[in-house]
Design a protein around this ligand. Structure first.
Ligand SMILES: *Cc1c(COP(=O)(O)O)cnc(C)c1O
Length: 379
């Protein structure tokens, strides 16, 4: 089936009790047995819930995995995936990953004996140089947030396969509509469903999608053992959001391209970081491994001192963390999403006070551009 058909139908069947076309919210903690030793396949709702199962089957289909598991947040999904590592193991990680991922790895998991090297994964030789005898995983985000640098997923996956390492891709920014890491050879995809998959800024959730049976079995076991499951209501919201994922991603992509072109020509803007612009250093890779460029754009103001005025003047675009919803959000990564990254690392990565990140929404693009323009004029 085509992607849009799968987005609407995969994992979804008319409800067996009533024929309800939409998957019901099974708001129950437990299920009655038919008799002693005879469950109906459902025993306890941490272990299994039909609403969550429908979402998990849908996500597995969209990403082309063996199985998917839905978690209470993106960070819960990433935590579960990191249990594929054992004490003493080492992972190579993209150097400007999501701030929360950086915090989990360095301030939580390092205390349990896991080791991490944060490197520029856009260069394969940098990854190779960082490998150690105990390296077990390469964890990449592409494009990275907020610098928008890309990693060649196919090349990283091939390297990992040849060395027996697990390759993990955080596909939150592009979704399977624009990028399918498992088809490029990766082993694991993680998502914050909070962002584009749900798409309406009204749910926090996450998912892990696995290409290999042994990983799927382990993550299923950890999901039940650690218990950070996605609730029935949130599962229903995400499943509902995904039905319009192709429509929304087309709009985000279209508005993203137009907004990036507008910013690139603006006299108050110094640089625009958007893989869809021909001037982006990895534009060719973006065209090869992505089906579009999406709605995430970062740019720097010519006058960094004017940043507060720019943010205060915005009217339509809300000043907020997060991304991927139907409404346009603007943030200052240095003080907001990436405040937990040490100042020295922020400076090295170029996350300055004049760096602005936009999650371009699905409003009329002229309204988005008009709001940015009037705020830029004040900057
Ligand atoms: C938001 C985000 C996460 C974390 O997800 P939560 O749902 O907030 O826990 C992880 N990775 C990326 C790229 C994100 O944008």
């Amino acid at each position: 089936m085509g992607f849009a058909t799968d987005a609407i139908h995969a994992g979804v069947r008319p409800d067996p009790t009533t024929g309800a076309i939409m998957t019901p919210i099974y708001q129950t903690s437990t299920y009655a047995y038919e008799g002693l030793g005879k469950s109906r396949g459902y025993d306890y709702a941490r272990t299994i819930n039909p609403t969550r199962s429908a979402l998990e089957e849908n996500l597995a289909t969209l990403e082309g995995g063996r199985a998917a598991y839905a978690f209470a947040s993106g960070m819960a999904a990433i935590s579960a995936v990191m249990t594929l590592l054992k004490t003493g193991d080492h992972a190579v990680v993209s150097d400007n990953v999501y701030g929360g991922t950086y915090r989990l790895f360095t301030s939580v998991l390092q205390d349990y004996g896991l080791q991490f090297s944060f490197v520029d994964t856009s260069r394969l030789e940098t990854i190779e140089a960082a490998l150690r005898p105990r390296t077990r995983m390469v964890y990449v985000e592409t494009p990275t947030n907020p610098i928008m640098s890309l990693t060649d997923i196919e090349a990283v996956a091939a390297l990992c396969r040849s060395r027996g390492l697990v390759s993990v891709v955080d596909n939150t920014f592009l979704t399977p509509f624009l990028q399918r890491p498992l088809a490029l050879g990766a082993d694991v995809v993680v998502h914050s469903t909070t962002k584009y998959l749900n798409g309406h800024s009204d749910s926090v959730g996450g998912a892990a999608i696995l290409a290999r049976d042994e990983h799927a079995e382990r993550i299923k076991f950890v999901q039940n053992s650690a218990g950070a499951i996605l609730s029935p209501f949130d599962s229903w919201l995400v499943l509902r959001g995904i039905k319009t994922l192709p429509l929304r991603m087309k709009a985000h992509d279209d508005n993203g391209r137009k907004t990036a072109a507008f910013l690139a020509a603006h006299p108050r803007v110094a640089t625009v970081l958007y893989p869809g612009l021909p001037g982006h250093p990895q534009h060719a890779l973006a065209q090869r491994q992505q089906r579009g460029f999406g709605g995430m754009i970062s740019f720097t103001l010519k006058d960094e001192a004017a940043a507060p005025r720019f943010f205060e003047r915005l009217r339509l675009c809300a000043l907020a963390e997060s991304l991927g919803g139907i409404e346009t959000l603007v943030c200052q990564p240095s003080s907001m999403t990436h405040a937990s990254v040490p100042a020295a690392d922020r400076a090295r990565l170029g996350i300055t006070a004049g760096l602005v990140r936009i999650s371009v929404g699905c409003e009329d693009v002229d309204d988005i551009i008009g709001d940015l323009d009037q705020a830029l004029r004040a900057s």
